[in-house]
Write a protein that binds this ligand. Sequence first.
Ligand SMILES: [Mg+2]
Length: 388
Amino acid sequence: MKIVAVETLCLSRMHDLDEQWVTNRYRVVKADAAITLIRTDDGLTGIGEATPYGAPLLIRAEAARIGGALLGADPLTAQLPPVPPRRPQAADFPHTPPFEAARAGLDTALWDLRAQHAGQPLNRFINPAAADRLRLYASTGVRYDWRVRPADLIDDVAAQAAAGFTAAKIRIGTDWEWDGVTTDRFIALLRELRQTIGPAMELMLDGNMRLDFDQALAIGRELERLDFRWFEEPIPLEPGSYARLSGLLDIPVSGGEGAGDFAQLAPYIQGRCLDIIQPDVAVCGITDALRIAEAAAAKGIETCPHNWHNDLMTVANGHFLAAIGGTRPLERCRVQGPLQTALLAEPLAIAGGQFDLPRAPGLGVRLAEGLAARFPHVEGHYALQVPR
Ligand SMILES: [Mg+2]
C-alpha cells in the first residue's frame, strides 16, 4: 500500500447571531474545520481532523508540504517529521502552530488507514480490550456575561442536565476586569450553581489560564467544597507553578490541551505537575497522545483528552480515550453549531450523554458529501475582540 495523495478540506460556518458565544474579551462568530485526507493506491482513504486553532488555510499549506514527503510511502510505516521545540502556551492566533495542527491531522489519518488495513475499529486496533462506549461531558459555560446576567451559567448547566448529560465543564466568563468581578463574586456564583443543579451532576471548571496563583488557590479550595471533579488550566502553564498549585490542592489540577507533541508535556509528567493530563489528538496526533498517556500513567497521572470543535475530532479522541482505558468522561463541545455534526455521512451514536464508538474499521466514519460547497471556508479569526 502506497500513499498517492494528501489533501486538506477547509470549512467554515458563520454562527447565527443568537448562537455566537462570548468568553474573556471575545465574541465567537464562526466555526471552522480542517480535515486532512490521505489516499492510497489500493483505494483506502484515511481522515483526521486537525485543530482549526492552527488556521485552516495555513494547515492546508503545511499538510501539503509534509504530505509531499509522504507520497509513495507505505502508510503502515510512514513517519511524520518531528515538532520543533516550543512551550505549550496560549497565544493570540493561531493558538496552535499550523505545522503541529497539520501533523496531528495527518497522524490521525495514518492511524485511520492502519486500523482500516487491519480491519479493526481504531480503539481495538490499539488495545484489544478497549471499551466501545464512553460517557460524555457537556463542555459549555461560555454564554454568560458578567455585565448582563451571570445566572445564565446556571440555566446553561441545567439545560445540559436536561439533555441527558451527567457531567459538565464551565468557564470563568467575560473579562473580570471589565466588570470588577472578584474571586468572592465568582465563588458565590459557583455556590449558587451547585445549589441549583444539585449534588448528582459532575462539574469541572476550566480557568483557561486566566487566573493568578492566589485566585486559583482560593477558587480551588471552594471547588473542593463544592465537589467539582477537576480544575483545568487555572493559571498560565509553567511546570513549577503547576507543581506548587497541585501540591496545595486536593482537587485534581488538569491541563495540557495545547501541547503539539510529547516533548512539550514531558516536564509536566516528569515533575508530576498535573493530576490529569489532557492531550488532544487534533493538536498532537494519536502517536504522541499515546506516548503522553503511557508516560503519565507511569507517574500516576490520569489522562483525559481535551476535545472541542467537530465530530471527526470527537471520534478520534474517543477512540484514544477508550484505547487507554480512561475512566473520565469525554469532552463534548456544546457550542460549535451545525458544522460539528454535519461533517460526517452518518450521525454519531450519541444519546443521553453516552457515545457508542463507531464499529467499522479505522475511525469508522466517512465524511459527508458536498462539504466544501455547503461550508465554504471563511478566512480570518473565529472571534472578534470586543471593546468595552
Ligand atoms: Mg481547556
